[in-house]
Design a protein around this ligand. Structure first.
Ligand SMILES: Nc1ncnc2c1ncn2[C@@H]1O[C@H](COP(=O)(O)OP(=O)(O)OP(=O)(O)O)[C@@H](O)[C@H]1O
Ligand SMILES: [Mg+2]
Length: 404
């Protein structure tokens, strides 16, 4: 929790800044002051982790205040805000270490807060409007993992894996997990979770200019039983075109500030938004099955992703529906690994009964079939991706390879 104090005599800029800060889970707005003259005393009493000084109401008073704060509290980061580059330069000369230009936008504010040194302030109070009672709000410095789920053909299991991996990750109380349904035209993560969202990605795109945390929180719907949040695909197919790559980039940067894990259920079209998702991902789970057309596509996709620096290194191949005689024919896991030239990172067993009944009921596996092998493989995958395996299912590939 970063305890922040702001001073800005101008209501027109102080109020929007306050509203942005109130929306950030990891910020506690310790003090808000409308007079430069009083701010020093406010800081004396509240001892915040960071101060934000807006320069534009009265530059000379603001600069004097910054100089005074800089000499009295040399370790306290001062963030100067102005619409004038010259004023910002003067503030930096007097001891401000960080700056923001007016009008302050959420992403830049979050970036600036992320860069601040940790003063270990002890974090009094709590988040002003966190929607996660009982959960510790995330520090800005805590990293967030973006996991894109990419299919090697239609119906390969991406949505099943995205939804159930999301629910499994959300079981860890340290995690705050969101799934973004980027299968914009035909997505069905909402159906898999039996959720009827009030808002979708289309609303986010339409409001992209005035996006703040409060709006974003409303745009996501939470699956109460598991804790997974969902940002749904547009309900009207004609709204698919509203969502552009830069919207997605902005959105994911903002969601990273709140969620420890962001899962992206991509379409099979390798559309511009899919590519943005792949670029922004830390990990790409490429879902395959032990059959010819899927494996051939894996090879083609790895080649294509290899054309752009950094993409193919992030790929982990997930073999879905392992153990299905119908699928596998005579293709072994070893043969598949040789063909794709990459190890299989994880195997998900074939379990049509659990999977299909869970999908039809709109209830994730963790509730519907918690003891099933397929859920245990997904729990293991969640642990492996988080770097905590707690002795749960070892990667199936390792076990099976011996077996073959
Ligand atoms: N491990 C599994 N065992 C048995 N059935 C599975 C498994 N994984 C997925 N399925 C089934 O395969 C079908 C397709 O799965 P899913 O919708 O998750 O794939 P998808 O890649 O998201 O498809 P789409 O291309 O339509 O987006 C579903 O009926 C699902 O129940
Ligand atoms: Mg799908």
């Amino acid at each position: 929790m970063q305890r922040v104090a702001i001073v800005d005599p101008l209501d027109a800029t102080r109020e929007p800044l306050r509203n942005l800060l109130l929306g950030v889970d990891s910020v506690w707005l310790e003090a808000e002051c409308a007079r430069y003259e009083f701010f020093f005393d406010v800081i004396n009493q509240s001892n915040p982790d960071v101060v934000i000084v807006s320069l534009d109401a009265d530059r000379s008073k603001a600069l004097q205040l910054i100089a005074q704060l800089g000499s009295e509290y040399p370790d306290m980061p001062i963030l100067a805000v102005s619409n004038d580059d010259k004023a910002i330069l003067q503030a930096m000369q007097r001891g401000a270490k960080f700056f923001l230009t007016q009008p302050v936008v959420l992403e830049e504010l979050l970036q600036a807060l992320r860069r601040l040194p940790d003063r270990g302030g002890g974090g009094g109070g709590g988040s002003s409007d966190s929607d996660e009672p009982g959960k510790t709000p995330r520090r800005q410095t805590q990293s967030s993992q973006v996991i894109a789920i990419l299919g090697s053909r239609g119906g390969i299991g991406c949505t099943s894996i995205a939804v159930n991996l999301g629910c499994s990750l959300a079981q860890d109380p340290d995690n705050n997990v969101a799934l973004v349904d980027l299968d914009l035209a035909l997505g069905d993560a909402d159906v898999a979770l039996d959720l009827i969202p009030d808002h979708t990605l289309a609303d986010v795109a339409l409001n992209i200019e005035r996006l703040d945390m409060a709006f974003l929180r409303r745009a996501l719907i939470k699956h109460e039983a598991t804790g997974l949040s969902l940002l749904a695909h547009p309900m009207q197919m004609q709204d698919v075109g509203l969502i552009h790559e830069d919207h997605l980039q902005r959105l994911l940067n903002l969601l990273r500030a709140t969620y420890t894990h962001l899962l992206l259920d991509l379409s099979k079209g390798l559309t511009p938004t899919d590519l943005t998702g792949l670029r922004m991902a830390d990990t790409i789970l490429l879902v395959a099955q032990l059959e010819l057309s899927s494996l051939r596509n894996v090879v083609r996709m790895l080649l294509t992703l290899g054309n752009e620096e950094g993409l193919s290194d992030k790929v982990k191949v997930i073999m879905n529906r392992v153990g299905s005689d119908f699928m596998e024919g005579d293709i072994s896991l070893q043969k598949a690994e040789e063909t794709i030239g990459k190890p299989i990172y994880w195997q998900i067993p074939n379990d049509a009964r659990s999977m299909i009944s869970s999908r039809n009921a709109g209830v994730p596996l963790i509730q519907h079939a918690p003891k099933s092998k397929v859920q245990s493989a997904l729990t293991g995958l969640a642990g492996a991706l988080s770097g905590k395996n707690n002795g749960q299912a070892a990667p199936e590939a390792a076990k099976k390879r011996r077996w073959f």
